[in-house]
Design a protein around this ligand. Structure first.
Ligand code: PAF
Length: 291
Protein backbone atom coordinates (compact mmCIF):
# COMPACT_ATOMS: atom_id res chain seq x y z
CA UNK A 1 0.00 0.00 0.00
CA UNK A 2 1.37 3.40 -1.01
CA UNK A 3 1.10 6.18 1.57
CA UNK A 4 1.20 9.74 0.30
CA UNK A 5 1.45 12.68 2.66
CA UNK A 6 3.25 16.00 2.71
CA UNK A 7 5.76 14.69 5.24
CA UNK A 8 6.44 11.60 3.08
CA UNK A 9 7.02 13.66 -0.07
CA UNK A 10 8.91 16.57 1.53
CA UNK A 11 12.37 15.02 0.87
CA UNK A 12 11.59 14.56 -2.81
CA UNK A 13 10.68 18.21 -3.30
CA UNK A 14 7.21 17.30 -4.56
CA UNK A 15 3.87 18.03 -2.94
CA UNK A 16 1.50 15.24 -2.01
CA UNK A 17 -0.85 16.39 -4.78
CA UNK A 18 1.94 16.08 -7.36
CA UNK A 19 2.76 12.62 -5.97
CA UNK A 20 -0.86 11.51 -6.51
CA UNK A 21 -0.81 12.87 -10.07
CA UNK A 22 2.42 11.03 -10.72
CA UNK A 23 0.89 7.78 -9.36
CA UNK A 24 -2.10 8.34 -11.64
CA UNK A 25 0.04 8.93 -14.75
CA UNK A 26 1.97 5.69 -14.15
CA UNK A 27 -1.19 3.55 -14.08
CA UNK A 28 -2.26 1.67 -17.22
CA UNK A 29 -4.87 3.74 -19.08
CA UNK A 30 -7.61 1.17 -18.68
CA UNK A 31 -7.32 1.02 -14.88
CA UNK A 32 -10.55 1.97 -13.15
CA UNK A 33 -9.89 4.15 -10.09
CA UNK A 34 -12.20 4.10 -7.08
CA UNK A 35 -11.95 6.98 -4.60
CA UNK A 36 -13.11 6.78 -0.99
CA UNK A 37 -12.94 10.25 0.61
CA UNK A 38 -12.98 10.24 4.43
CA UNK A 39 -12.00 12.32 7.42
CA UNK A 40 -10.37 9.24 8.97
CA UNK A 41 -11.29 7.59 12.30
CA UNK A 42 -12.36 4.70 10.10
CA UNK A 43 -15.19 2.39 11.16
CA UNK A 44 -17.12 -0.44 9.49
CA UNK A 45 -19.13 2.09 7.47
CA UNK A 46 -15.95 3.39 5.81
CA UNK A 47 -14.61 -0.13 5.40
CA UNK A 48 -17.81 -1.13 3.58
CA UNK A 49 -17.16 1.69 1.07
CA UNK A 50 -13.59 0.52 0.57
CA UNK A 51 -14.68 -3.12 0.10
CA UNK A 52 -17.20 -2.04 -2.50
CA UNK A 53 -14.56 0.04 -4.30
CA UNK A 54 -12.15 -2.92 -4.09
CA UNK A 55 -14.74 -5.19 -5.72
CA UNK A 56 -15.53 -2.73 -8.53
CA UNK A 57 -12.23 -0.98 -9.33
CA UNK A 58 -8.63 -1.83 -10.26
CA UNK A 59 -7.14 0.79 -7.96
CA UNK A 60 -8.60 2.01 -4.68
CA UNK A 61 -7.51 5.36 -3.24
CA UNK A 62 -8.50 6.36 0.27
CA UNK A 63 -8.19 9.96 1.43
CA UNK A 64 -7.94 11.06 5.04
CA UNK A 65 -8.34 14.76 5.77
CA UNK A 66 -10.27 16.52 8.51
CA UNK A 67 -11.45 19.34 6.30
CA UNK A 68 -11.53 22.68 8.16
CA UNK A 69 -13.72 24.25 5.48
CA UNK A 70 -16.72 22.19 6.58
CA UNK A 71 -16.53 23.13 10.26
CA UNK A 72 -18.03 26.36 11.57
CA UNK A 73 -16.83 28.45 14.52
CA UNK A 74 -17.38 26.58 17.81
CA UNK A 75 -17.76 23.19 16.08
CA UNK A 76 -15.61 20.14 16.77
CA UNK A 77 -12.77 20.62 14.25
CA UNK A 78 -10.04 20.32 16.90
CA UNK A 79 -11.64 17.44 18.83
CA UNK A 80 -12.73 15.45 15.75
CA UNK A 81 -11.26 11.95 16.29
CA UNK A 82 -7.90 11.39 14.62
CA UNK A 83 -6.60 7.81 14.53
CA UNK A 84 -4.19 7.75 11.58
CA UNK A 85 -2.11 4.74 12.65
CA UNK A 86 -5.18 2.52 13.14
CA UNK A 87 -6.65 3.86 9.90
CA UNK A 88 -3.55 2.86 7.96
CA UNK A 89 -3.67 -0.61 9.49
CA UNK A 90 -7.35 -1.01 8.59
CA UNK A 91 -6.74 0.31 5.07
CA UNK A 92 -3.94 -2.17 4.54
CA UNK A 93 -6.10 -5.08 5.72
CA UNK A 94 -8.97 -4.20 3.45
CA UNK A 95 -6.76 -3.84 0.37
CA UNK A 96 -6.41 -0.11 -0.32
CA UNK A 97 -3.77 0.69 -2.97
CA UNK A 98 -3.05 4.29 -2.05
CA UNK A 99 -3.76 6.29 1.11
CA UNK A 100 -3.43 10.03 0.85
CA UNK A 101 -3.24 12.07 4.03
CA UNK A 102 -4.23 15.63 3.23
CA UNK A 103 -2.40 18.66 4.56
CA UNK A 104 -4.23 21.83 5.46
CA UNK A 105 -1.52 24.20 4.19
CA UNK A 106 -1.17 22.35 0.90
CA UNK A 107 -4.91 22.26 0.27
CA UNK A 108 -5.75 25.73 1.55
CA UNK A 109 -2.55 27.78 1.19
CA UNK A 110 -2.46 31.42 2.24
CA UNK A 111 -4.53 33.43 -0.19
CA UNK A 112 -6.92 30.58 -0.96
CA UNK A 113 -10.22 32.27 -1.65
CA UNK A 114 -12.39 30.27 -4.02
CA UNK A 115 -15.81 29.23 -2.79
CA UNK A 116 -18.58 27.13 -4.18
CA UNK A 117 -22.15 28.34 -4.22
CA UNK A 118 -24.62 25.53 -3.82
CA UNK A 119 -28.24 24.99 -4.80
CA UNK A 120 -31.14 25.36 -2.40
CA UNK A 121 -30.99 21.75 -1.32
CA UNK A 122 -27.82 22.61 0.59
CA UNK A 123 -29.80 25.00 2.80
CA UNK A 124 -32.26 22.33 3.90
CA UNK A 125 -31.90 19.87 6.82
CA UNK A 126 -28.29 20.15 8.11
CA UNK A 127 -27.75 23.23 5.94
CA UNK A 128 -30.20 25.25 8.04
CA UNK A 129 -28.13 25.01 11.22
CA UNK A 130 -24.72 24.54 9.52
CA UNK A 131 -24.83 27.04 6.64
CA UNK A 132 -21.11 26.67 5.84
CA UNK A 133 -21.13 22.89 5.89
CA UNK A 134 -21.99 21.67 2.39
CA UNK A 135 -20.01 24.42 0.66
CA UNK A 136 -16.98 23.17 2.63
CA UNK A 137 -17.74 19.54 1.79
CA UNK A 138 -18.16 20.27 -1.92
CA UNK A 139 -15.01 22.37 -2.01
CA UNK A 140 -12.82 19.54 -0.74
CA UNK A 141 -14.66 16.83 -2.68
CA UNK A 142 -14.29 18.80 -5.92
CA UNK A 143 -10.57 19.28 -5.22
CA UNK A 144 -10.24 15.54 -4.59
CA UNK A 145 -12.07 14.75 -7.81
CA UNK A 146 -9.59 16.97 -9.69
CA UNK A 147 -6.55 15.54 -7.91
CA UNK A 148 -7.49 11.85 -8.24
CA UNK A 149 -9.58 11.91 -11.44
CA UNK A 150 -11.45 8.81 -10.20
CA UNK A 151 -13.86 6.78 -12.30
CA UNK A 152 -16.01 6.16 -9.24
CA UNK A 153 -16.33 7.84 -5.86
CA UNK A 154 -17.95 6.10 -2.91
CA UNK A 155 -20.14 7.82 -0.33
CA UNK A 156 -22.21 6.35 2.49
CA UNK A 157 -25.91 7.05 2.80
CA UNK A 158 -25.52 7.82 6.49
CA UNK A 159 -24.74 11.29 5.06
CA UNK A 160 -27.73 11.15 2.75
CA UNK A 161 -27.96 14.90 2.12
CA UNK A 162 -24.22 15.08 1.42
CA UNK A 163 -24.49 12.30 -1.17
CA UNK A 164 -27.45 13.95 -2.92
CA UNK A 165 -25.64 17.31 -3.04
CA UNK A 166 -22.44 15.75 -4.40
CA UNK A 167 -24.46 13.97 -7.11
CA UNK A 168 -26.03 17.31 -7.99
CA UNK A 169 -22.59 18.95 -8.23
CA UNK A 170 -21.30 16.11 -10.43
CA UNK A 171 -24.29 16.48 -12.75
CA UNK A 172 -24.26 20.27 -12.87
CA UNK A 173 -20.51 20.55 -13.52
CA UNK A 174 -20.40 17.63 -16.00
CA UNK A 175 -17.79 15.81 -13.94
CA UNK A 176 -16.76 12.57 -15.58
CA UNK A 177 -17.25 10.11 -12.73
CA UNK A 178 -19.89 8.02 -11.09
CA UNK A 179 -21.01 8.63 -7.51
CA UNK A 180 -21.68 5.28 -5.86
CA UNK A 181 -24.14 5.41 -2.96
CA UNK A 182 -23.49 2.79 -0.29
CA UNK A 183 -25.90 1.73 2.45
CA UNK A 184 -25.82 3.18 5.95
CA UNK A 185 -24.33 0.69 8.44
CA UNK A 186 -25.66 0.31 12.00
CA UNK A 187 -24.38 -1.28 15.18
CA UNK A 188 -26.37 -4.43 16.07
CA UNK A 189 -28.44 -2.33 18.50
CA UNK A 190 -29.37 0.17 15.79
CA UNK A 191 -26.96 3.08 16.35
CA UNK A 192 -25.77 4.43 12.99
CA UNK A 193 -21.98 4.16 12.71
CA UNK A 194 -20.23 7.50 12.96
CA UNK A 195 -16.67 8.51 13.78
CA UNK A 196 -18.15 10.82 16.42
CA UNK A 197 -19.71 7.89 18.34
CA UNK A 198 -16.39 7.49 20.23
CA UNK A 199 -17.25 10.73 22.05
CA UNK A 200 -20.51 9.29 23.46
CA UNK A 201 -20.25 8.29 27.11
CA UNK A 202 -22.35 5.26 28.13
CA UNK A 203 -25.35 7.37 29.18
CA UNK A 204 -25.27 9.42 25.97
CA UNK A 205 -24.91 6.25 23.90
CA UNK A 206 -28.12 4.89 25.49
CA UNK A 207 -29.90 8.15 24.69
CA UNK A 208 -28.50 8.10 21.14
CA UNK A 209 -30.18 4.74 20.56
CA UNK A 210 -33.52 6.53 20.66
CA UNK A 211 -32.58 8.26 17.37
CA UNK A 212 -32.65 5.01 15.43
CA UNK A 213 -35.70 3.89 17.42
CA UNK A 214 -37.50 7.02 16.23
CA UNK A 215 -36.57 6.27 12.62
CA UNK A 216 -37.60 2.62 12.93
CA UNK A 217 -40.95 3.78 14.36
CA UNK A 218 -41.35 6.13 11.37
CA UNK A 219 -40.70 3.30 8.96
CA UNK A 220 -43.10 1.06 10.82
CA UNK A 221 -45.86 3.69 10.53
CA UNK A 222 -45.16 4.10 6.83
CA UNK A 223 -45.23 0.34 6.22
CA UNK A 224 -48.51 0.00 8.07
CA UNK A 225 -50.13 2.42 5.62
CA UNK A 226 -49.76 5.93 7.09
CA UNK A 227 -48.79 8.56 4.51
CA UNK A 228 -49.07 11.80 6.51
CA UNK A 229 -45.53 13.05 7.13
CA UNK A 230 -46.74 14.97 10.17
CA UNK A 231 -48.33 11.91 11.78
CA UNK A 232 -45.28 9.77 11.03
CA UNK A 233 -43.08 12.45 12.58
CA UNK A 234 -45.28 12.83 15.67
CA UNK A 235 -45.20 9.11 16.29
CA UNK A 236 -41.43 8.91 15.73
CA UNK A 237 -40.68 11.77 18.13
CA UNK A 238 -42.39 9.86 20.96
CA UNK A 239 -39.38 7.51 20.91
CA UNK A 240 -36.79 10.22 21.57
CA UNK A 241 -35.16 10.45 24.97
CA UNK A 242 -35.85 13.75 26.76
CA UNK A 243 -32.07 14.26 26.92
CA UNK A 244 -31.76 14.46 23.14
CA UNK A 245 -31.56 18.01 21.74
CA UNK A 246 -33.29 17.65 18.40
CA UNK A 247 -32.08 19.85 15.53
CA UNK A 248 -34.61 18.50 13.02
CA UNK A 249 -36.70 15.48 12.15
CA UNK A 250 -38.12 15.75 8.67
CA UNK A 251 -39.74 13.49 6.11
CA UNK A 252 -38.41 14.70 2.76
CA UNK A 253 -38.45 14.05 -0.96
CA UNK A 254 -35.68 11.60 -1.82
CA UNK A 255 -34.29 13.78 -4.61
CA UNK A 256 -34.69 17.45 -3.76
CA UNK A 257 -34.98 17.01 0.02
CA UNK A 258 -38.01 19.30 0.24
CA UNK A 259 -40.23 18.67 3.28
CA UNK A 260 -43.32 16.60 2.46
CA UNK A 261 -46.79 16.81 3.93
CA UNK A 262 -48.12 13.67 2.28
CA UNK A 263 -45.91 10.88 0.95
CA UNK A 264 -46.73 9.51 -2.48
CA UNK A 265 -46.70 5.71 -2.00
CA UNK A 266 -45.21 5.28 -5.48
CA UNK A 267 -42.27 7.55 -4.65
CA UNK A 268 -41.60 6.90 -0.98
CA UNK A 269 -39.49 9.37 0.98
CA UNK A 270 -36.62 9.57 3.41
CA UNK A 271 -36.91 10.42 7.10
CA UNK A 272 -33.86 12.38 8.29
CA UNK A 273 -32.83 13.69 11.66
CA UNK A 274 -30.01 15.49 13.41
CA UNK A 275 -29.61 15.87 17.15
CA UNK A 276 -27.06 16.62 19.84
CA UNK A 277 -26.67 13.91 22.44
CA UNK A 278 -24.25 14.34 25.35
CA UNK A 279 -22.62 17.21 23.45
CA UNK A 280 -22.12 15.13 20.27
CA UNK A 281 -23.93 16.03 17.05
CA UNK A 282 -25.33 12.96 15.28
CA UNK A 283 -27.30 12.48 12.10
CA UNK A 284 -29.29 9.49 10.90
CA UNK A 285 -31.94 8.66 8.33
CA UNK A 286 -34.14 5.86 7.05
CA UNK A 287 -35.60 5.17 3.64
CA UNK A 288 -39.39 4.95 3.43
CA UNK A 289 -39.36 2.72 0.37
CA UNK A 290 -42.12 3.03 -2.26
CA UNK A 291 -44.97 0.64 -1.43
O1 PAF B 1 -18.29 12.35 4.79
C1 PAF B 1 -17.16 12.78 5.14
O2 PAF B 1 -16.42 12.13 5.87
C2 PAF B 1 -16.70 14.15 4.66
O3 PAF B 1 -17.75 15.05 4.61
C3 PAF B 1 -15.98 14.09 3.30
C4 PAF B 1 -16.89 13.63 2.18
C5 PAF B 1 -14.78 13.17 3.40
C6 PAF B 1 -15.46 15.48 2.92
O4 PAF B 1 -14.60 15.98 3.89
Amino acid sequence: MKIVSTSATADTGTTSIEAVRHWHRELPGDHRIGLVPTMGALHEGHLSLIRRARAECDQVALTIFVNPAQFGPGEDLESYPRTVEQDLEAAREVGVDLVWIGDRQELYPDGFSTHIELPQLAQRLCGASRPHFFAGVCLIVLKLFHIFAPDRAYFGDKDYQQRVIIECMVRDLDLDLEVVACPLIREPDGLALSSRNVHLDPAAREQALTLSSALFAAEQQWRSGLDSAQKIRDRALMELSGEVELDYFEVVDRNDLSALEVIDPKLGAVACLAATVGGVRLIDNIQLEPR
